[in-house]
Design a protein around this ligand. Structure first.
Ligand code: HSE
Length: 412
């Protein structure tokens, strides 16, 4: 059986390496006599690469070759990945992807097409890199009614926050280091502005709750505005700041989905997830809380998940392998303004005593926090649970103060 790879970047080259390195047992597990790489599609040239002879730049060679039964898409981005994947599925080829943007935006449609053409569309590597999470949710936890899922889904931002927390680096210094280490792209927006985590929580929410969640319906906030002052106040509160992506089933059948920085208590399982590691907490009615932890990115961890999907496709030729969800209607995701929780607020005022009195009048019972070296006029506190709608109204009506930071508090 022949396999093609589209996109010979970090993950694609990891897939080629792993297929060769562990060839014997991969073939055995895929229940085939052979599993050979036939093409690698990429516009770039790779002189001296061990797979140089397989490189092509014309997609039609793959889609028109009936011997190619499994196509690995590791190009990233929506276009032309979407068009290529669609064409492969319609040509009767199973597709494996690590592309979270593709699954988050087009997953419902591509799963339907795969179903129609009796092929598989698998995407274990799209969330959590090498961490097994798609299969555990859809198979091992299938007996549960899952009502909540939350986690640290982006390694780059977790690395940056870890450096701010443990080494006192500013956001800019930590971002530079993340870029130097090859974690963050030169344009780091997808990571630091929360879009990558948003795509991943959309995929998990669709799997857990059965309907597609489109990324543009999800309130998403990144970590650019987090200051060392906030890190210090979080410490004095008894926790750390993490970028948390979460999805929760509501009683009326809709879902609440959000990505934002959050205070996490030190005793939470998510608090000690550091550097580029990811962790995903799934809350099921039978299992209780279960946490999946590991390397959420990187060449070989991600290739590990992709190749496992290739093996699964090879084992399930002509048979549909799980997955599928309904489309999500326009009002399926509740507005974030409906969600409720405690928040941390840091502000600056000329008259701190008066500002605190007003804060108490606005928010009810508040808990003041302190930190060493706070400048004159700075104060910070946490509130009792408040709805997002009320919170923004209260903040608007709070005159005479400059609100520097508002961060949600989680109960995970
Ligand atoms: N940029 C992503 C991260 C890579 O930092 O987690 C894996 O999706």
């Amino acid at each position: 059986m022949y396999v093609a790879i589209m996109g010979y970047g970090v993950v694609g080259s990891g897939v080629a390496t792993l297929l060769k390195k562990n060839y014997e047992h991969i073939v055995k597990k895929s229940m085939q006599n052979e599993l050979e790489l036939k093409y690698i599609l990429d516009r770039r040239t790779f002189p001296g690469d061990p797979y140089e002879h397989l490189l092509i730049s014309d997609f039609t060679k793959i889609v028109e070759d009936d011997e190619v039964k499994i196509v690995v898409e590791t190009m990233g981005g929506l276009h032309p990945a979407y068009e290529y994947v669609l064409a492969c599925l319609k040509a009767g080829k199973s597709v494996v992807t690590s592309n979270k943007e593709l699954v988050a935006v087009k997953g419902f449609e591509l799963l339907q097409v795969a179903d129609e053409y009796n092929v598989n569309f698998l995407f274990e590597a799209s969330v959590g890199g090498g961490i097994p999470i798609i299969r555990p949710i859809s198979q091992c936890l299938a007996a549960n009614d899952i009502d909540e899922i939350a986690g640290i889904l982006n390694g780059t931002t977790n690395f940056i926050l870890t450096k701010m927390i443990t080494d006192g680096m500013t956001f800019d210094e930590a971002l530079l280091l993340a870029q130097k280490n090859g974690y963050a792209e030169r344009d780091p927006s997808a990571d630091v502005d929360g879009f990558d985590a948003c795509r991943k929580i959309c995929i998990l929410a669709a799997l857990c709750f059965g309907k597609h969640v489109y990324p543009d319906s999800v309130y998403t906030e990144g970590i650019r505005k987090i200051a060392l002052a906030d890190v210090d106040y979080a410490r004095s509160w008894g926790g750390v700041i993490k970028l948390i992506a979460r999805a929760k089933k509501l009683e009326d059948g809709r879902v609440s989905v959000m990505v934002s920085p959050a205070f996490v208590q030190n005793h939470s399982q998510l608090a000690s997830v550091d550097d580029v590691f990811n962790a995903i907490l799934v809350r099921g009615d039978a299992i209780g809380d279960v946490v999946f932890y590991g390397k959420g990115a990187g060449k070989m961890p991600t290739a590990s998940a992709v190749v496992a999907d290739v093996i699964d496709c090879a084992k399930h030729m002509e048979r549909k392998k799980f997955f599928g969800w309904q489309d999500g209607e326009a009002d399926y995701v509740a507005s974030y303004l409906e969600s409720t929780g405690s928040v941390y607020i840091r502000a600056i005022a000329d008259d701190v005593a008066a500002a605190i009195a007003k804060a108490t009048a606005l928010f009810g019972e508040i808990k003041l926090l302190s930190r060493d070296g706070a400048p004159e006029g700075e104060f910070a506190f946490t509130t009792a649970p408040v709805s997002e709608k009320e919170l923004s109204e209260k903040l608007e009506g709070w005159n005479g103060v400059s609100v520097e930071s508002v961060i949600r508090i989680t109960d995970y």
